[in-house]
Write a protein that binds this ligand. Structure first.
Ligand SMILES: *Cc1c(COP(=O)(O)O)cnc(C)c1O
Length: 446
């Protein structure tokens, strides 16, 4: 069954593709574009808040999932906080108008300067390991912390379906491993030594972690906080950051599972989680943005190879790094439109849909039944709003495409707002060291 939200999103999406063609945002001279559904993103934020409405939770979104300043600004306005994991993401969050009290700084490899900056700004901080904790202790120098400081733990509950995005395996690189010998005692001792340590952070994994596995990780964090407070005989652990990681179904329009499904699973696995004893922080990314973004591209050429139809497009690994790194994990749904942006119908044939990179694995679909494609047709790659539009990969020096936000109107019209201009070739050249053109020649022939 397709929900009302999903239907609305689909109608708006197809109208946006046609309108982008009509308005010249997409076509021969702009063969690749990112489109973000503004009402869809706000709807996802509203769904998240509704799912946790009975719990005192601060909802942040993971900046890396869609680190475009206007998107981040919209999120700030919609009542979200922001999870950042690098100095760049911190600056973006501040530029987007997040006040420090609504920013959470994670990140697996913070330098002393990064930590100092986070403490100076007064953003919440989750340390990844005991060496980092010692640096924070030295930087605080006995001062109280201005914002919550937590420690990330790895509950080691195991992997989801996709190894590369599972963060809670026995040997994952993130956090303090809870099931290793002596680790829990070491965490308790750290809390005993550092009264400013008040938060336990866990993020079980992104993409492909079943809800019970995620809930098991949260249960471990909850049990640890209880154990810390009992052992210390005081309520020092006061908040739990339960991370993000809600999976996205890339096979259908609906949000499955929903934030409400996850909240229900958490309630089953950790019955006291929502009783208010711990304030909660969430850090969802993919589940907020994926279904609200579409990458649209022009079919530049079509050919047949070994009997297979191949459509050569401008969308590939440079914008869909997930397609590049995990092509088999989840197929990308593709909508076919004619050159005017009208949905293509007619008999289908198996197609391979290729990206623009000089790399054979750069395919967005293999053996996919699609209406017979022609040059100039438009393909819409659905559910690509997360980890794509802001995570460009500079392979073949291809420029980043423009990104537009859109809203549908009841009359079927579509309004667009420019979110990011397309990168120019001049900018690509500058980013490639053009200012130092003679550097190596001069080194060799001084
Ligand atoms: C990436 C990340 C998230 C967001 O994960 P999603 O799967 O996009 O929800 C949250 N927390 C941390 C620490 C992360 O690294």
């Amino acid at each position: 069954m397709t929900s009302g939200t999903a239907r609305q999103r689909r109608v708006a999406r197809d109208a946006a593709v046609a309108a982008a063609v009509r308005e010249g945002l997409l076509g021969a001279t702009a063969p690749l574009v990112g489109l973000l559904d503004v009402d869809g993103m706000l709807g996802s934020v509203a769904d998240l808040h509704a799912a946790f409405e009975h719990a005192p939770a601060e909802h942040t979104f993971a900046a890396k999932a869609c680190s475009l300043v206007p998107v981040m600004r919209l999120m700030a306005q919609a009542g979200m906080g922001c999870e950042v994991a690098s100095p760049g993401e911190l600056r973006l969050a501040l530029a987007a108008g997040f006040t420090p009290d609504r920013i959470v700084y994670d990140g697996p490899v913070k330098t002393v300067a990064d930590l100092e900056s986070a403490l100076d700004h007064g953003v919440a901080l989750n340390v990844d390991n005991f060496q980092e904790l010692a640096r924070v202790d030295a930087l605080l120098g006995g001062r109280p912390a201005a914002a919550p400081i937590g420690i990330r733990v790895n509950p080691q509950v195991g992997a989801g379906f996709v190894d590369g995005t599972s963060t809670a395996t026995a040997t994952s690189k993130f956090g303090v491993p809870l099931r290793d010998a002596g680790a829990t005692d070491a965490v308790v001792a750290a809390f005993a030594r550092h009264p400013w340590l008040t938060r336990v952070h866990v993020h079980v994994g992104s993409l492909g972690c079943p809800l019970p596995l995620m809930a098991e990780g949260v249960a471990a964090a909850y049990a640890l906080a209880e154990h810390i407070n009992t052992t210390l005989g005081r309520r020092q652990a006061t908040s739990l950051d339960i991370g993000g990681g809600l999976p996205v179904d890339f096979a259908a329009d609906d949000d499955t599972p929903t934030f409400t499904d996850y909240a229900g699973e958490l309630r089953r696995a950790v019955p006291n989680l929502f009783d208010g004893r711990y304030s909660l922080v969430t850090e969802f990314g993919r589940s907020i943005f994926a279904k609200n973004g579409t990458i649209a591209t022009v079919v530049e050429y079509t050919k047949t190879m070994g009997g297979r139809r191949i459509a050569v497009t401008h969308a590939g690994g440079q914008i869909l790094t997930r397609a590049m790194s995990m092509p088999q994990a989840w197929p990308i749904r593709i909508g076919a439109f004619d050159a005017k942006g009208r949905p293509r119908s007619g008999p289908t044939e198996p197609h391979n849909v290729a990206g623009p990179l000089c790399f054979a694995g750069d395919m967005t679909a293999v053996d996919r039944d699609l209406p017979v494609l022609e040059p100039g047709d438009i393909l819409a790659l659905y559910d690509t709003g997360a980890y794509s539009l802001s995570t460009h990969f500079s392979y073949n020096s291809l420029p980043r495409p423009a990104v537009y936000g859109y809203r549908g109107t009841p009359t079927g019209a579509v309004t667009f707002a420019l979110v990011r201009t397309a990168q120019t070739i001049d900018e690509v050249i500058a980013d490639s060291g053009a200012a130092h053109t003679e550097a190596l020649v001069t080194l060799v022939h001084p």
